[in-house]
Design a protein around this ligand. Structure first.
Ligand code: HEM
Length: 234
């Protein structure tokens, strides 16, 4: 089967070129991967959530109670088998992604891995962290319970307090002065489509540049194999 595919798709050549990239085994080099796998977990659990979440603030009646549809759909997700577990995994992966990205940034900073020729990847990394924080924040507002509306109102106020452009940016993101009936559909589209697409594009670029420039080497590797890249194949 492998030979059949190899003759048609040159898998061995691809494997030799890309999948044998030497990966340093120092634990601090895994912070970037923890960030990346947290993002992959967010996409997978997010797909499940998007099947069942309703991005609307129209009032629906559930068991005699009048609730916004968004919040009612969150209660519905929690009632599904493994629904609450998947919501928790989504929530904690978001926290882990931001924390790991920040620690990854510190690793790059203290080891000087941002220096020439890696300045462009440093800037792309900063962009990734910024978009990740905004994406997490937009996710916070979606449950539309008292906690999430209050937290989002505070965020809206912080954004709007920026001089000159703040109010305009906050209104564009939240579909007017939060909360309006346009806020949830607008924030939902940003959270599940546009911000993740931006993250994927930036992450793809981040990885391509990292593969092209190769990893920096931890101090012990420089001593063991000076001038060579030491590590295990990807
Ligand atoms: C937020 C999402 C991010 C993801 C998913 C991510 C992912 C990765 C991965 C998997 C690597 C290779 C493994 C490693 O060196 O740890 C890497 C390398 C790198 N990252 Fe990130 N990163 C992110 C954010 C950042 C940030 C915030 C910065 C700095 C501002 C940054 C700057 C760099 C640089 C300069 C390298 C090359 C390091 C070297 O060659 O030693 N990244 N990133």
């Amino acid at each position: 089967m492998y030979r059949w595919l190899d003759e048609r798709l040159s898998l061995t050549r691809f494997n030799k070129k890309f999948l044998r990239k030497a990966f340093p085994v120092h634990h601090s080099f895994f912070l970037g991967e923890i960030t990346m796998f947290a993002f992959i977990t967010l996409v997978l659990t997010g797909i499940f959530l998007s099947f069942n979440y309703e991005p609307s603030t129209r009032i629906v009646k559930v068991a005699g109670r009048e609730l916004p549809a968004a919040y009612a759909s969150i209660l519905y997700i929690d009632s599904l088998p493994f629904g609450a577990v998947l919501r928790s995994v989504h929530h904690w992966s978001a926290n882990i992604m931001i924390a790991a990205a920040f620690l990854h940034l510190l690793r790059i900073l203290v080891t000087g891995a941002y220096k020439k020729p890696r300045e462009i990847n440093w800037l792309i990394g900063l962009g990734l962290l910024g978009v990740a924080v905004v994406t997490a924040f937009t996710g916070y507002s979606l449950p539309f319970d008292a906690f999430s509306v209050t937290a989002t109102q505070i965020g809206y106020g912080i954004g709007a307090s920026m001089p000159y452009i703040g109010e305009w940016i906050s209104k564009v993101i939240f579909g007017g002065e939060y909360p309006t009936m346009h806020s949830i559909p607008r924030v939902y589209s940003l959270h599940v489509l546009w911000f993740p697409l931006l993250l994927m594009a930036l992450l793809g670029l981040h990885m391509l540049i990292m593969i092209k420039q190769k990893h920096t080497q931890p101090a012990y590797a420089k001593k063991v194999a000076p001038g060579k890249i030491l590590g295990v194949p990807m």
